[in-house]
Write a protein that binds this ligand. Structure first.
Ligand SMILES: Cc1ncc(COP(=O)(O)O)c(C=O)c1O
Length: 414
């Protein structure tokens, strides 16, 4: 791709920015081997030398091209001020939602931008027109803040809740679906379920859970915090009712970017979290109001998408999966090591969790950092005692091997 068509692709005409735009990934125009390709990607990141970062699960730092694009947007909007906000903000947002809808596989009429998964899921949890005695199902492995918000609405609207434990090493999708189905009652209204369990990296069979739930008249709210830009799927193929995600995780947008998909059949009944002074009833528009906020972060979503497309969604997914497989296979058979992520290939992507049978996860995380300079996060709870290991597109195989060696040493000396 030449520079001119690349600039057209990323839609810079509207901003009046010329070819000096500092955004072209250095590796984009090169054809290279896989190893060279990932070296070039790594070179697009400014990485600390203080530690090996195996904790990209909280948020993904962004590559320099996206960062530079963000900086440029901040500068431009700081010149244009209210003129930008009044004239271009909303057409730009519409265009960004269209690009995003194409990436995530749904209609732009079902999608809004939010700040993060928290805002997306809270919109749904607080916006469902609850009736007393409605019943909600979710697993202990769900993200804590979402569990807490459900408990709060349960208290407020007199709802009931049942929890389950997701099997860590299931034999089949059907085993997982059966765990949810067993808890359904006549009053069950909603299942909250993660597409990827954040503490273990376990990918759940969402489509099958949705099919089962809909057979009982139950809606499904999917927490996809870790999934957009991580592995390839279409939201509409899942047939869910609601889907929330944080784009600052795997799509590598700047902090504070999220999405919410609302199935058209719920757009008339769900209460919006934020309201506008007009447009009470027209579909997805009811939900998109955000107030005045750092719109340049939203503008950078387009650049993150372009970077993601340049990586290739499939190539990125395969790389992350390969990095995870590399360390998991190196550690799987050690008698003191416990893998807290299913072994079946289709049940994980980049994230995995591993513990030592001899020490708690918090101690393991400390030793990994203090002795080996490897940054991870300890998870202790919901049936998990291990460190979450989250490489990224900038992670090298050497770093993965260093981590595996450190684990083997700790496992043998513990
Ligand atoms: C499963 C899950 N849901 C929701 C969230 C909240 O994401 P955010 O803080 O971006 O809103 C996280 C954050 O890590 C998560 O792992």
């Amino acid at each position: 791709m030449d520079k001119r068509s690349f600039l057209q692709l990323i839609g810079l005409g509207g901003l009046g920015l010329g070819t000096e735009w500092p955004w072209i990934p250095s590796w984009l125009e090169d054809t290279r081997t896989d190893a060279e390709f990932w070296d070039k990607v790594r070179a697009d990141y400014l990485l600390t030398e203080d530690y090996i970062n195996l904790e990209s699960g909280y948020y993904n730092i962004i590559p320099q091209p996206t960062l530079k694009a963000l900086q440029k947007h901040i500068e431009t909007i700081n010149v244009r001020g209210s003129h930008y906000m009044r004239n271009d903000q909303f057409p730009d947002k519409k265009r960004i939602i269209q690009s995003l809808a194409e990436v995530v596989g749904c209609s732009s009429e079902s999608l809004i931008l939010t700040r993060n998964t928290t805002e997306s899921l809270n919109t749904v949890i607080k916006g469902i027109p609850w009736k007393a005695n409605d019943h909600i199902i979710f697993a202990h492995q769900e993200y804590g803040a979402m569990q807490q918000m459900i408990r709060q609405v349960a208290q407020r609207f007199d709802l009931t809740i049942t929890n389950l434990d997701i099997p860590m090493h299931p034999e089949s999708d059907e085993e997982i679906v059966a765990h949810y189905e067993a808890l359904i009652q006549p009053q069950t209204r909603l299942i909250l379920v993660s597409h990827m369990v954040n503490i273990t990296g376990h990918i759940l069979p969402i489509k099958k859970i949705c099919d089962m739930a809909h057979g009982h008249g139950v809606e499904v709210l999917v927490d996809g915090a870790h999934c957009i830009g991580h592995f390839d799927f279409n939201i509409e193929d899942l047939d869910c009712d609601y889907y929330g995600s944080s784009l600052h995780k795997w799509l590598a947008t700047p902090l504070g970017c999220g999405l919410l998909y609302i199935n058209p059949k719920h757009q008339e009944t769900l209460w919006p979290l934020f309201t506008e002074d007009y447009r009470m009833t027209d579909g997805i528009q009811r939900f998109g109001h955000q107030g005045t906020h750092p719109v340049y972060h939203d503008l950078a979503i387009e650049h993150a998408i372009t970077y993601y497309k340049a990586l290739g969604p499939q190539r990125k997914e395969e790389r992350l999966h390969a990095l995870a497989t590399r360390w998991m296979e190196a550690l799987r058979d050690h008698k003191n090591i416990r893998l807290n992520t299913p072994a079946q290939q289709q049940r994980y992507a980049g994230i995995g969790n591993v513990g030592l049978k001899t020490i708690r996860a918090s101690e393991l995380a400390k030793q990994l950092m203090d002795t080996y300079g490897i940054f991870t996060v300890a998870i202790e709870g919901a049936g998990v005692d291990g460190c979450r290991i989250t490489p990224n597109v900038f992670t090298s195989e050497t770093e993965i091997d260093q981590f595996a060696q450190a684990m083997l040493q700790l496992a043998s000396t513990a």
